[in-house]
Design a binder for this molecule. Structure first.
Ligand code: LLP
Length: 383
């Protein structure tokens, strides 16, 4: 994965740090554009996956829109070159301040998640004497077959408006004069690797569209959210997600009415493989049945393993040993869950070795914290 030149460069950089492969990011974006533009699909990048300034500038230069979930993400997206009118704003709990940011910036669309929210957006828009475009985030009640913390399309989730509420929503919309319904929005979860789930989503959207057409409503925009998964187990064999199959499924199975435009909100699949968390071994400690490799990166830098039991490939990139030992690779934080790998076979590992934690470009840096008052890991970019 890394050249000798890169590894010798790493030796001089304070660890831990996120290393971003900009060439891979650009290659990924080239494919995203190629595979989506052929169907006239519009992709919005989900900033929550990685809001690093350098990465955002590269992504926005591809003419991709932005998917934001806070007022600060909206501001950051604009600062980094995303076009205001290509920004969608989702989230179950938009504050009044954030709603006002969206209105003032003239974003493309608010993805609304409840009737209560519709009323507040209408109220805020009325104060400014504006009419705001909105999409209804509908909960399609589809199982994304992924980790239950990142499944969002089931009725019991807090996200979206349930189908059985739609009659009431339409009634309400008639009375709200400062909002304008332009789209339907769906997002069923993240790290979805079973492509048949997306086909199921298309079929469900077709049914829901049928319902709207029976109610004489035709929206111009269908936003199908994000969720395309990446390969955490074998990143080197799958540095690029299967965008070709993904977009083709929507082209083949989504039944559109004339003039409708399809939008996507992709985060992880655009950025995950471009990032690696590089850390240094501080100590090797003998346990009863295992050895602990204690590294200087912790759950404060990358919380996914502790929070979701997520797997990330862990590699020793500097050892010259051909002998293998079994290690628990753990961080320095005062929590037992601060563990990146259990019973992992690694070449004999010693203090000072560099450890690469792979596929950490998405939901790595953005989810970092300063628990234990640890420093935040810096970002380093490939040339
Ligand atoms: N659109 C909406 C409305 C979302 O909630 C999300 C992610 C996305 C788009 C982007 O999904 P993606 O293409 O990245 O799968 N922290 C978790 C993932 C949380 C995802 C939240 N929503 C993780 O580390 O796995």
């Amino acid at each position: 994965m890394f050249t000798n030149e890169e590894i010798s460069k790493f030796q001089h950089i304070p660890t831990p740090f996120y290393y971003y492969d900009l060439a891979l990011l650009k290659k990924t974006l080239d494919i995203v554009i190629k595979e989506s533009v052929q169907f006239n699909f519009k992709v919005h990048y989900a900033l929550k996956a990685n809001a690093n300034t350098e990465m955002l500038k590269i992504i926005s230069a591809y003419g991709i829109g932005a998917d934001c979930v806070s007022g600060n993400e909206i501001i950051k997206a604009i600062e980094c070159g995303f076009v205001k009118h290509d920004i969608v704003f989702a989230g179950v709990g938009k504050s009044d301040k954030e709603i006002n940011t969206g209105i003032d910036q003239g974003i493309f669309c608010f993805n609304c998640e409840s009737m209560a929210e519709l009323e507040i957006i209408n109220e805020q828009a009325a104060v400014k004497n504006k009419i705001v475009d909105i999409a209804l985030r509908i909960n399609p009640n589809i199982n994304a077959k992924t980790h239950h913390y990142i499944t969002t399309g089931l009725e019991e989730n807090k996200f979206g408006i349930n189908v059985w509420e739609l009659e009431d929503v339409l009634m309400l919309l008639k009375s709200l004069k400062n909002i304008n319904l332009i789209g339907l929005h769906f997002h069923i979860g993240s790290q979805i690797t079973d492509m048949s789930v997306f086909k199921g989503l298309c079929i469900r959207i077709n049914e829901i569209q049928q319902w709207f057409s029976e109610h004489k409503i035709l929206v111009q925009h269908i936003n199908v959210g994000g969720g395309l998964g990446v390969n955490y187990e074998q990143p080197d064999n799958n540095l690029l997600a299967d965008f070709e199959t993904y977009f083709r499924i929507f082209n083949d199975f989504l039944e559109l009415f004339p003039g409708q435009k399809v939008h996507f909100e992709l985060g992880r699949s655009i950025i995950a493989q471009s990032g690696t968390l590089i850390s240094r071994v501080l100590y090797i400690k003998k346990g009863i049945t295992t050895n602990f490799a204690i590294i200087d990166a912790g759950m404060t830098d990358l919380i996914r393993p502790a929070l979701y039991h997520a797997f990330h490939k862990v590699e020793n990139i500097t050892t010259d040993s051909s002998e293998v030992r079994r290690y628990d690779v753990v961080g320095p934080i005062c929590e037992s869950s601060d563990c990146f790998a259990k019973a992992l076979n690694l070449p004999i590992t010693k203090r000072g070795d560099l450890i690469a934690i792979r596929t950490t470009g998405a939901y790595g840096e953005t989810m970092a914290s300063q628990y234990n008052l640890k420093d935040l890991a810096k970002a380093v970019y490939s040339l």
